[in-house]
Design a protein around this ligand. Sequence first.
Ligand code: ATP
Length: 601
Amino acid sequence: MDFIILAETFEKLEGTTSRIQLTNVLVDLFRKTPSDIIDKVIYLMQGRLWPEWSGFPELGVGERFLIKAVSIATKTSEAEVEKLYKQLGDLGRAVELLKQRGALGGLTQFLSGPKLGTRLSVGRVYDTLSRVASMVGEGSRDIKIKLIAGLLMDAEPLEAKYLVRLIEGRLRLGIGDATVLDALAICFGGSQSYRAVVERAYNIRADLGNVAKALAFGGIESLKNIEPKVGVPIRPMLAERLSDPKEILGKVGGKALVEFKYDGERAQIHRGGNSIWIFSRRLENITHQYPDVVEVLLDGLRCREAIVEGEIVAVDPNTNELKAFQELMHRKRKHDVHEAVKEFPVKLYLFDALYVDGEDLTLKPITVRKKYLQDIVVQSDNLRLADLTITDDPETLERFFLKAIEAGCEGVVVKAVHDQAIYQAGARGWLWIKYKRDYKSEMIDTVDLVVVGAFHGRGRRGGKYGALLMAAYEPDTDTFQTVCKVGSGFTDEDLEKIPSLIQPYVIDHKHPRVDSELEPDVWVVPALVAEVIGAELTLSPLHTCGRGKVGEGVGISIRFPRFLRWRDEKSAEDATRVDELIEMYKRQLRKITEEVSQEQV
Ligand code: ATP
């Protein structure tokens, strides 16, 4: 397949303003794509070469290298390339212009004789970029530049633009997994009704490219009995949230398994023989950060193959007490892993088993999964099973919750124990409910919101951004609905960093997945997630979050919102959902009503 088809699709996607159109453009593309390269097309479209979790090196070619390659390919001096780049603020556009100029020159040449360049194929682009990504060491520099220049030389102007953006890691089309799944279901199943089958396959094997390839070769049937595979992460099951023990127990069917909610990093652990993989909540391969955990697991997991889940928690080396999530960050920032292991020790608390020696446990109830977990884990100081109790009594739940807080946890996760309490891969559902500590502010809990726009600052913040437009995720429509403008809570350092953080995501129109009535100074592709707290939830005619569901013409907003921190480990679709905010708002109303009636008594 010619690369120009992909480049033209990228351009179409960039100009698209509706979510349905996005899907249609993808369906068109998949129909044109030969089966054996559909995986590559999907990775490239998401700005990568392989799934994020593969642990293979990503492109990461620096700007200087690229300028050199562009200069060679377009026979323009580096200074001139750089000047045009500065003018346009986009190296992709710069190379496109230079190639257009070159093409005019080429036309005169063509008329007078010599042939035009060869057409680029997707296969060639992919293979060359893979070589570039895999090359390391001193001598690799010049070869990388030559390889990239070779591609750019043969590229059409439009192809060159997207090639450069891809290599720079700036191809940010904002195509969510949900859009790709819709398009795959329509393309290979014939209608969106096959979405559930495609989604289940993806949840069990989080590799869109692989799912697409299976579909392209074997059709929908080939996905129906898909099972987990060691080394390929399963998309994590997530919890809903509530803060009333009685209501929580009611939701899960009376009796529940109540477990400490450890405040660390979620870890999905795969064992295959003597190999261990650790995947983060976002399914990145984080094995190298935890060599101590790997060692403990090789000893403590008594089976040949397994996929288990737990939380890695920082501990105080002197007191052995659990520490907060932020402590793990020190460990991640350290360059010398072995030193970090000594300085910031951790423990692993396991809470689920999804696959053991050929048995897919994801569709089994939690009681069965726990049994498998107990059978294969040999506990030691740093490898523990999560603390739990089983109860149907709200007071016992509350006492266990207080015990969890005292032990340094965030609260508890209450899990349904009935026969249908399966592991809902990739879904946030009512089979798990988190009950977290009250943050002693009117707004009970923090929320994680996605940046969809930014406003220029004034006065002391002149020349920087003064506020960010934040949105919640609406999975039903796969869109982001605005909740508030956040302008406080940022340190000077945070403010300084915002421009470079959002620059790669800035676009010149509202992204088709964003639902907003406000017009920020710049629009941003939904990708960056921040934790936000405020004084209370309010209704606002300006915001679109849950509009129409809580009142006529109004949406949910946050009064006095404050930025707390970036949540790098979350993707846009992991942000707080619109229905969670509606639930939080209703709970807040109930609380106020209760307080008023108590005062009247
Ligand atoms: P949060 O920011 O509240 O952790 P989240 O979106 O990352 O939310 P949720 O599924 O909503 O994840 O909440 C459950 C999270 O709590 C898990 O992702 C996991 O990291 C953590 N956790 C800690 N202890 C447990 C446990 N015993 N069972 C399940 N999850 C646990």
